[in-house]
Ligand binder design. Sequence first.
Ligand code: F3S
Length: 755
Amino acid sequence: MAFDIDMIKKVYANVVERVDAAREITGKPLTLAEKILYSHLWDGKPTKAFTRGKDYVDFAPDRIALQDATAQMALLQFMQAGKSKVAVPTTTHCDHLIQAKNGASSDLQSALNTSNEVFNFLESVSNKYGLGFWKPGAGIIHQVVLENYAFPGGMMIGTDSHTVNAGGLGMVAIGVGGADAVDVMAGMAWELKFPKLIGVKLTGKLSGWTAPKDVILKVADILTVKGGTGAIVEYFGEGATGMSCTGKGTICNMGAEIGATTSTFGYDDSMERYLRATDRNDVADAANKVKDYLTGDAEVYENPEQYFDQVIEINLSELSPLLNGPFTPDLSTKAGADMTKAANDNDWPLKVEWGLIGSCTNSSYEDLSRAASIAQQAIDKNLKTKAEFGINPGSEKVRYTADRDGILGVFEKLDATIFTNACGPCIGQWARYSDPANAPKNSIIHSFNRNFAKRADGNPNTHAFVASPEMVAAVAIAGRLDFNPVTDKLINENGEEVMLDEPTGWELPPKGFEVKDDGYLAPEEDGSHVIIAVKEDSERLQLLEPFEPIGNDITGAKLLIKAFGKCTTDHISMAGPWLRFRGHLDNISNNMLIGAVNAFGKKTNFVKNQLTGEFGGVPDTARAYKAAGVKSIVVGDHNYGEGSSREHAAMEPRHLGVVAVLVKSFARIHETNLKKQGMLGLTFANEADYDLIQEDDTFNFLDLNEFAPNKPLTIEVVHADGSKDIIMANHTYNENQIEWYNEGSALNLIKKENA
Ligand code: F3S
């Protein structure tokens, strides 16, 4: 059994007691999101009400999911914690490192050839420490989670933004950085700012050509890519209960595209049907017993304006099929005449070259069956498909069942390429061109979630439009972006005018799901004998060494770089080609701060080595200081480290000998990541002191031996001419975080406590 029914029953036992307590404390009825949050407090039963958008709260998630790209550093760190097993149920999924080129069998084999070292590492670490392991080809993390692990009322975190997909099965599921996942795997709490709440009331019913995808495309249109920031989006109303569980998953999945913390739906019959169809009768039975606790209180949904921070209402009966894009998922255009105009006005190519169906967003049995009902019509009505088809099923369970039921066969008759059950074209792993940077301008349509430039095929000139699977099928058959299947005719091979009928499909497979090998490997009960093999000369993996404590004596530290203006985690640790080295701290450290603009000279990756007077790249200069036994300091501007929760942005400077990052202000997650790595994240008490910092400065910390909560630190800055300034630096370290610093890292402290 892949899931843990005892754990779920425990959650449901807590939910009743804790939700009742939360209702009393807050003195009001509760939304579903609040119920899940209050029933997962680290400290147990709620004793106080939290202020949304303000209070930082410790939570105890029920599950963790890791994908192969982010799992590498997360697991390398976890290995440092000195634990024999993960503290909460965790799974690893191999889906991002598989290229889409010629089709599943040869593509999967070449992924095994190129990344086997990484897959083997993930498999053996999973086996040793009690994580479930899903092999390459088993499926895409979020589809596999929905089929096997998601459960109504649960809380999970995952090292991938689209972890939010599990909201379709009534969870609060949130994408996090590796460092957060490691904390929870090691038995620590997980901190989150108590989110704001956006309510989306769905009235009416989807029909004809509209699909759940159109709901989220519409929400993205209304809220834009930033509108959900810091909030949980909760869907309710007759329109919500009227759609399938996997359709709800699609809507929650793309909550990431509006920046939402996560999205969720209350438990209903569609979820029960899905749980039973995916072999989880015991979860459905347990959920039914606490049904009322797994959805928002009736008063909340009757008067949503009183209980949500923002309310949106969408009438599904009036919704029409949308195409969002290009280059941003929140730019909505209605199919047909609106698209003709928008494409002409903006010079978007109307000819569509590819229609791609699948990804974690839209690869359910229902999605594939509805798209296939359109594809079948091309065959029956003797239409020649104008664009090429590519399909990437979400899981082996869906693929096997869809193949058994002839669904994939329909696409194959249209010469579709069936890619591996993996991310493939959704994450730029689509080998469409030999030279993508110089590839021609073109349009594609897909049922994925993201459509930023280069996202699918690396070609900056590919205009990607996001739509429902059935619309992707129709548009790909017509080969025109502005095709409106409701009104437009097509000419078939006999020269006759034909129209496409509305899509039909199955919410769940009529003959049930079936699979031969789902690709799951359970860990051994006792994995203590498992050896984790990492080759000495590996380019991609490197076992971590515990960081040595920096100590209380920081004198003679040299300025490494004074970052000017915006310095996001991408400036600190770039993505792109560097992703290859995510599991190798020393190699990936060669990208440290290479995107940051140096305040002196305003160039990137060009700083002065104070020991030699020469100029060079940031990583090289840091390495030179480290080799000479000289500590270094990074100075930065406002909101330093904004962007992602990528832990590499904190680990790299720590690895290359940076002892403190002193900035005007931090993005909070990055600040916490610096603390976790046992280094100093400080802010100027007086922002204007940033201007005092000069290129040849040396730093002496005068009172670090008195490092204590709420007590600013005093730093002497010695300039090249011998003059000095005394500056004060604030910090937000609490007692425990000071212990992290004293021990060299949070993981060192955990290890010590476990010893
Ligand atoms: Fe993979 Fe794309 Fe989903 S990269 S996890 S299919 S968003």
